[in-house]
Design a binder for this molecule. Sequence first.
Ligand code: SAH
Ligand code: SF4
Length: 357
Amino acid sequence: MNLYGMTLEGLQALAAKLDMPRYRGEQIARWLYSGHFDSIDGMTNLSRADRGRLKEVAEIRVSAPVEERVSADGTKKYAFLTDGGDVVEAAMIPDGDRRTLCLSSQVGCRVGCRFCATGAMRLRGNLSAGEILNQYRSIPERDQITNIVYMGMGEPLDNLPAVVDSARLFTAPTGYGLSTRRVTLSTVGKPEPLARFLDRCDVRLAISLHTPFEEERRGLIPGTRGYDLAELMQMLRRRAREDSRRVSFEYVMLKGINDSLRHADATANLVRGMRTRVNLIPFHPWEGNEMEPSSSAQIERFRARIEARGVAATVRRSRGLDIDAACGLLATQHPATTGGTPATTGERRTSADRHPA
Ligand code: SAH
Ligand code: SF4
């Protein structure tokens, strides 16, 4: 079993099972997370006997990136091997004093959004909590990271247990101790798993909206066919009254599809009254996808229209365009999964810049 990625509760239960004092759980958590230790032998406040018992049943599995690419604007993209031999990516986006880490929760995704390269590769597997956290732990910029966003490959709510454990470990005092305001989960927002997530984690929320119209949304985001947008909005409004959590909305700007002023008006109506913000994301085309990005002029008109209706709206700046690998693309071509030679993504140009800076 892998100790890395286990929560305090899990470690305490393991300690009890191995006939160790319960406080061993917290000691181990501190070595793993604040101490960044990757060896059981190094846990010097555990008795030799306890270390021996631990080593019989457990190990600490963390892994350095297998590939790294750097953009002219400083954005970095890291690829990691999963236990199952797949590849996942994380992006580190520097912006002034901020260092935002965008990480993956799955290999591929089954939601199937029409504009998303990760969606096109379908779901290959879930990451464990350890594999999610490792994308933070094992990069050279770790200690400078100011913000963490679950905006890489995968739909986090489709991998709920591992995502909950990882989000809790990012923010727990016995984990990495980051502020809950610095961690954001991005999701298409299925009400039922979302409610369970919100009950268990205090981090911020970004809802991928992409259109205010129900039927159209089901077309763009096929994985939302099983629930109503109205139901989701109702739940978000109820929750917003109950806690002070920040919720924002993401909206990929697709030319001629969802970028009309009619869309802007309906979007403003949908979210008005919530303490929120709409983040407009320029679409990044990829080979095999016919959609086109909205012009900057149209994005600006759209933004201004939403603001004129009393809702804050921003345009996400594109980052890392020259490292031509959208989240998901590199992984589909990686030697570990294709058996081929190490490939770069060649002509494909897209979006490390899906990620907010
Ligand atoms: N599955 C989650 C989180 C990962 S996707 C979600 O959908 O929210 C993170 C963001 O990247 C989403 O808002 C998604 O719509 C956006 N995105 C996906 N493909 C994109 C592309 N080709 N260009 C720009 N943004 C894209
Ligand atoms: Fe999955 Fe998010 Fe891509 Fe949609 S945008 S296919 S939910 S990763």
